[in-house]
Design a protein around this ligand. Structure first.
Ligand SMILES: Cc1cc2nc3c(=O)[nH]c(=O)nc-3n(C[C@H](O)[C@H](O)[C@H](O)COP(=O)(O)OP(=O)(O)OC[C@H]3O[C@@H](n4cnc5c(N)ncnc54)[C@H](O)[C@@H]3O)c2cc1C
Length: 371
């Protein structure tokens, strides 16, 4: 009997997996609660480590005109700056365009999409899964790619969801000709940091992470930006001179970096659903795509080899996931401690300026190699 695969969540992790599996001849259904295209809170800088894999699946979005990013600038809360070349570099592309592109590729590859359909519960009965959306679906394999936080985490009783998280994310698209197209900047401000880099069509992404308390202490987001972000002269200049393209920013809250597990209740977790890396590393999307690759390879084996058991699939995937990502996630959390404070952000800038081998080492610790 042909095995049935259900993917829950159509972000980068889910869409990449769906394309990979469909190209290998595996029938898969992808459920996404929204409809494409839509904006997401994301810095939209993708490490070049993903390029060989995306090209191998014909998923590299060349025709969308991504920016090519080779330089990194770091500024401290009070505006000290350092600039260095990026080891591997990356490209910039909006999630609005990229996710839509991967969705279209999925349609061409034969993925069965269920859009505007929220999955409300998943249960494993010892042999197969029941997945509840508009109706009840059954499957041999369920892949959880439902992102950093979903109602499903509550239904599944995942432990991280019990803890509140103070982090808030805000994103704009702007036009700002003074920002070089090949540069990604990371500007610190009190209790937060803001990334700026080009995506397609001369649009610049401005996205920052801060604490809920920072927003609460001011009337609204704009008031906080003026009172807090403007303390960094680089940010003040950008906010005062850029043309803002959204009527209001995209925002999300409760961004959690707590430990999760790559397999829970037999569901194979991917991307942020398996665990989220701190955004300053600019590596969450590469990890989502890389986890899609390793999981797809294991699922293809499970679907094609009668002797490859569910237990082996789960153990092998969890082991591969940990060996690829565990140390990167840990390093990201440690480095985030250097951000959002005058003293430590100046220390980070001084490291980048004067002790380049240490800065290069830290950057390598949070990134992978091309796959
Ligand atoms: C402020 C900020 C800046 C960032 N900047 C960068 C960056 O510059 N570079 C980088 O590489 N990474 C960055 N990241 C991280 C990156 O955005 C994520 O790691 C990446 O999007 C993870 O992809 P994903 O597919 O796992 O999840 P997502 O892209 O979040 O997709 C999850 C999908 O699941 C759907 N879903 C959820 N629940 C259900 C349900 N019950 N039923 C159906 N569908 C459901 C959602 O609608 C969503 O479409 C940033 C993150 C933040 C917060």
């Amino acid at each position: 009997m042909e095995k049935q695969v259900i993917i829950v969540g159509g972000g980068l992790a889910g869409l990449t997996t769906a394309n990979h599996l469909a190209r290998a001849g595996i029938k898969c259904h992808l459920f996404e609660k929204r409809t494409y295209p839509f904006h997401r809170v994301c810095g939209e800088y993708i490490s070049n480590e993903v390029v060989p894999y995306l090209r191998s699946l014909d998923l590299f979005p060349e025709k969308l005109g991504p920016s090519n990013i080779k330089w990194f600038q770091l500024t401290s809360v009070n505006g000290r700056a350092a600039q260095m070349p990026l080891d591997l570099g990356g490209f910039g592309i909006s999630r609005y365009r990229l996710d839509e592109f991967l969705y279209q590729r999925g349609l061409e590859n034969g993925v069965e999409f269920h859009l505007d359909q929220e999955v409300t519960s998943i249960a494993f009965n010892g042999d197969r899964f029941e997945v509840h959306a508009d109706t009840v679906y059954t499957a041999d394999v369920v892949i959880g790619s439902f992102g950093k936080r979903s109602k499903l985490d509550v239904q599944l009783g995942r432990s991280f969801i019990q803890k509140r998280s103070p982090y808030v994310g805000v994103k704009y698209h702007i036009r700002y000709d003074s920002h070089p197209p090949d540069l990604i900047s990371l500007h610190n401000f009190k209790d937060g940091y803001c990334g700026i880099s080009h995506v397609e069509n001369n649009i610049v992404n401005l996205c920052y992470l801060t604490h809920r308390e920072n927003v609460k202490a001011h009337k609204n987001i704009r008031a906080m930006e003026e009172a807090v972000l403007f303390q960094n002269p680089f940010l003040k200049k950008i906010f005062e001179n850029a043309q803002f393209l959204f009527e209001k920013p995209e925002t999300i809250n409760e961004i959690s970096f707590e430990t999760k597990a790559p397999v829970e209740q037999h569901i194979l977790m991917l991307g942020d659903a398996a665990r989220m890396i701190t955004p300053l590393c600019g590596n969450g999307m590469a990890m989502a795509i890389h986890s899609a690759k390793i999981l797809s390879e294991h699922v293809i084996r499970f679907c094609q080899d009668k002797n490859y058991s569910r237990l082996q699939l789960e153990q092998d995937y969890a082991k591969a996931w940990r060996s690829l990502f565990a140390s990167r996630l840990w390093a990201g959390r440690q480095i985030q401690r250097l951000f959002g404070d005058v003293w430590t952000s100046n220390l980070a800038v001084n490291l980048a300026r004067h002790v380049r081998p240490v800065a290069d080492f830290l950057m390598r610790k949070t990134h992978g190699t091309p796959f």
